[in-house]
Unconditional design. Structure first.
Length: 184
C-alpha cells in the first residue's frame, strides 16, 4: 500500500510543478482539479474517506466550477511577473521547513500505540450508538460529537462561495422604469 501512496504523492508533486510552470489559466485550472482528485485518492489510501469526499467535492468540484466562471471574465494567459520570485520562494521554503519541523515528534505512521488509537477511537466506537442514536460512527462523530465544528466548516465554505459570487458579480438587468419614461 505504501507504493500506491508514493506513486500518488509523486503525481501530486509533478502536478504542482506543472501548475507553477504553466501560464495558460485554463490548463492551470484543470491541473488544479486533477491535483484535488489525486489528493482525494491519497486520502482514500490513508483511510480518511470523509476527508477524501470533501476534497473531491470542494477541491475538484465546486472550486473548478468557480475558477472556470472566474476564468470566463479574465484573460487566457497569466501576465509575466515584474518582480523576482526569490522572496516568495524563500517564504515557501521557510514555511515548509517549519511544517516539517512540526511533524518530527509525531508517532510512526500506522503505529498501534499512537495517541489516536489508544483511547479516543475506542471510546467513539464503543459509545457512539448509545450516546447519539446514530448507527454510523463517522456520521455520529461529524454530526453529533463535532457538530459545532462541522457547522463552522460548512459556514466557512458557504461564506467563501458567497464572497466569490460577489467578487465575480452578477449581470445587470435593464431598468424597466427607463423604458416607460423614454417612450413619452
Amino acid at each position: 500500500m505504501i507504493v500506491v501512496d508514493l506513486i500518488l504523492f509523486g503525481f501530486l508533486v509533478l502536478t504542482a510543478l506543472a501548475i507553477v510552470r504553466l501560464r495558460n489559466l485554463f490548463a492551470v485550472t484543470m491541473l488544479a482539479s486533477l491535483f484535488s482528485l489525486l489528493a482525494a485518492g491519497l486520502f482514500i489510501t490513508l483511510d480518511a474517506a470523509d476527508v477524501a469526499f470533501t476534497e473531491a467535492a470542494v477541491g475538484a468540484g465546486i472550486s473548478t466550477v468557480l475558477m472556470l466562471g472566474a476564468l470566463s471574465l479574465t484573460a487566457r494567459e497569466e501576465k509575466k511577473a515584474v518582480h523576482s520570485a526569490f522572496l516568495p520562494l524563500l517564504l515557501c521554503l521557510v514555511t515548509g521547513a517549519a511544517l516539517i519541523y512540526g511533524t518530527l515528534d509525531m508517532p510512526v505512521f500506522g503505529s498501534p500505540d499512537a495517541p489516536v488509537h489508544s483511547h479516543v477511537g475506542g471510546q467513539y466506537l464503543a459509545r457512539s450508538v448509545a450516546d447519539t442514536g446514530v448507527v454510523n460512527v463517522v456520521t455520529a462523530v461529524l454530526a453529533s460529537y463535532r457538530g459545532y465544528d462541522t457547522l463552522g466548516e460548512v459556514s466557512v465554505i458557504f461564506a467563501a462561495a458567497i464572497s466569490v459570487l460577489l467578487l465575480i458579480g452578477f449581470p445587470r438587468r435593464p431598468d424597466k422604469s427607463q423604458d416607460k419614461d423614454g417612450g413619452k
